[in-house]
Write a protein that binds this ligand. Structure first.
Ligand code: AMP
Length: 404
């Protein structure tokens, strides 16, 4: 007898992340969500690629390198994964695949079962996210061709933000531009939905007005009221808002006009500058990796971290205004969960809101990777919580395919 497994795919610009879960009927509590069987990723798919997979209990399943002249590309990486999965999964067989899809546009506010009509809708959104949407859709298309009987589900980074009021989604542009779909969507929604699912178990102390800081290589902030998104730092694209690893974050659109008009840069060159050469990497001139910057004595590294923190502090003020006050602040993702110096500096920037960091609790959370980090009487509570976008995708997809 075999048991069904759900595979979760997260196809990025140069990587393919994957996990597999034992199929389970989800309950409201995230803690009772699907049980992870294995996880792994293929990095640098178009160059010196490297694959690694391990079981949920940490057993190494595979470690493999490809030389650059044999780079598998996204398609080869997925084909490799599909061939390897039956060996890794043992008694489980792949019953369905769920994908992280960056953009669901105005229409998709919940996970959806994929067919050719839905895929056509999602294809039409590529111009809104040309750097992020195509890889996910290519994986879907590849599976439709090679395993047409396999159920596939798309889970969207934008979906969580569809609860935002119209005023939070609007740009001050004429309606004919808005009607093209030019509005604020917000991203990192799968991470925010997972964090929102954990908030009820932390109440009443976390209160109803929360700002979640997803601080990873991509970084954004989301204001939630009672677990629903009411505003976020990212807008039309995943370029807006906070300083990121190599993305600039909020920028006066006049800068783009100046670079094109006065500096003779073409659109692709500006795109490359803003997505790949800016942010922590651009300011420091050293690295997009927070660990490297924290370990460096170079003043440019400290300037980059200083700007990163300053902009988070300003965004907290803006989102607290959208919420009409603040009860709690949550740190998540690579930097949010693991960088104690960044958390401390952000908490100091938010002290005016009544947030009092507890050094002992902070040190404890740094060891455990989660926990409350503010003093018992602090007016605003701060928490560290781990991100789990893939676990959330599994939870959503199981809810759709195997409802209770
Ligand atoms: P993510 O995109 O969520 O995987 O996060 C990636 C970011 O987290 C990179 O900038 C890493 O440098 C950062 N990061 C991971 N671990 C640490 C750590 N121990 N201290 C500081 N930054 C970290």
């Amino acid at each position: 007898m075999t048991s069904p497994a759900l595979v979760v795919l997260n196809a990025g610009s140069s990587s393919l992340k994957f996990s597999a879960y034992a199929v389970a009927t989800p309950t409201q509590s995230d803690a009772n969500g699907p049980q992870r069987l294995l996880t792994g990723q293929v990095d640098a798919v178009n160059g010196a690629a490297h694959a690694r997979a391990e079981s949920a209990d940490g057993r190494l399943l595979e470690e493999r390198h490809w030389p650059p002249d044999q780079a598998p590309g996204h398609e080869g990486a997925l084909a490799h994964l599909l061939a390897a999965l039956p060996h890794w999964l043992g008694e489980h067989t792949v019953a369905a695949v769920a994908h992280r899809v960056v953009h669901g546009g105005m229409h998709y506010s919940a996970p959806v079962r994929l067919d050719t009509a839905v895929l056509a809708d999602l294809d039409a959104l590529v111009p809104l996210a040309p750097l992020h949407q195509p890889q996910g859709l290519a994986a879907i298309r590849q599976l439709m061709a090679t395993a047409p009987a396999l159920a596939q589900v798309a889970c969207f980074d934008t979906a969580f933000h569809t609860t935002q009021p119209a005023v939070a989604q609007a740009y001050a542009l004429p309606p004919q531009i808005t009607d093209l779909g030019v509005r604020r969507y917000g991203f990192h929604g799968l991470s925010y939905a997972h964090i929102a699912s954990r908030l009820p178990s932390l109440r009443p102390s976390v209160g109803l007005r929360t700002i979640v800081l997803h601080l990873g290589n991509g970084a954004s902030a989301c204001a939630m009221r009672n677990g629903e998104s009411v505003a976020s730092s990212m807008g039309f694209t995943a370029l807006d808002g906070l300083v990121m690893g190599s993305r600039c974050g909020a920028l006066d659109p006049g800068v783009v006009l100046y670079l094109i008009d006065q500096q003779g840069m073409d659109v692709r060159a500006v795109e490359h500058l803003l997505y790949q050469q800016s942010g922590l990497l651009g300011v420091s001139g050293l690295s997009a990796d927070m660990r490297v910057l924290q370990a460096s004595n170079d003043p440019r590294a400290q300037a980059a971290i200083g700007l990163f923190v300053y902009r988070i502090g300003r965004e907290i003020g803006s989102l607290a205004a959208a919420l009409g006050g603040l009860d709690s602040l949550v740190f998540t993702a690579g930097i949010g969960q693991h960088s104690a110096p960044v958390r401390q500096a952000v908490c100091e920037a938010a002290a005016w809101l009544g947030l009092a960091l507890d050094p002992e609790a902070h040190a404890e959370a740094a060891v455990r990777g989660e926990g409350c980090i503010t003093r018992p009487g602090s007016r605003v509570q701060a928490w560290v919580l781990p991100a789990d976008e893939e676990g959330w995708i599994a939870f959503e997809a199981c809810g759709l395919l195997w409802p209770a």
